[in-house]
Design a protein around this ligand. Structure first.
Ligand SMILES: [Zn+2]
Length: 238
């Protein structure tokens, strides 16, 4: 029987120990900039109610089951039910590798999940996305203002509140929530750099970009914040 060349390649890749999802040449053929552009365009369609609802049907389910997944971006977002990630970016099945946790914090499991997204699935972009009216951020502010002990859920957000108060002394109410929400996005990105050599090395090598954003739950619009303002400093201290 004639040996099928495709099968030989697959068998060779499996013996090389590559993850099964990659043995079919997975990993999106897309740059970080193109991934970011696709997210921006998807959010624009959503805001204008001009969604195309891509990759949502049976064909896509079948294709991603047979061929594996190759999402083009990883996203760390809040669990808040008003932040449905695929919907707000007008994306479908197999498009986004999404990690959701209250307050979009990057603790051990979230960081490991994002490492999987970038190292094994090959996503060239990680977007850390906070949102307006985030209950976790508001609770962290109350914890700081009451000088109370932070419960486990808020421990990683408290430093962001402290930073926001330092950056904008005297701020309160909505102004403080906005500043703390943005500081919390930077906090999560800094935590990723701090705890993940995998992620730091990829960013240093230009193989991965990490950007911040805040989603407005009322307008549906994403405010794009770009990379961490101290990214070079954070990476050079590694
Ligand atoms: Zn939230």
């Amino acid at each position: 029987m004639k040996k099928h060349p495709f099968l030989s390649v697959v068998v060779a890749l499996i013996f090389l120990g590559l993850p099964f999802a990659q043995s079919f040449g997975q990993g999106p053929a897309i740059s970080a900039d193109a991934a970011l552009k696709a997210l921006k365009e998807g959010n624009q369609r959503y805001v204008e109610a001009k969604q195309t609802h891509p990759n949502a049907g049976k064909d896509r389910r079948t294709a991603t089951t047979v061929n594996g997944q190759a999402p083009f971006a990883s996203i760390l977002s809040c669990s808040d039910s008003r932040v449905p990630v695929e919907i707000i970016f007008d994306q479908g099945i197999g498009d986004l590798f999404v990690v959701r946790v209250a307050g979009n914090q990057a603790n051990v499991i979230e960081t490991a999940s994002l490492e999987f997204g970038t190292a094994h699935l090959g996503t060239p972009l990680i977007l850390v996305m906070g949102h307006t009216h985030c209950g976790a951020v508001v609770a962290a502010i109350q914890t700081v203002e009451n000088k109370a002990d932070a419960p486990a859920l808020l421990k990683s957000i408290v430093p962001a509140v402290t930073q926001a108060k330092k950056n904008e002394p005297g701020s309160s109410g909505e102004g403080l929530v906005k500043a703390a929400t943005e500081a919390n996005v930077w906090q999560a990105i800094a935590d990723l750099f701090k705890s993940s050599p995998t992620i730091s090395e990829k960013v240093k090598a230009g193989k991965l970009k990490i950007q911040g954003a805040v989603y407005n739950i009322e307008t549906g619009k994403v405010n794009w914040m770009g990379p961490h303002p101290k990214q070079d400093e954070l990476l050079s201290s590694k």
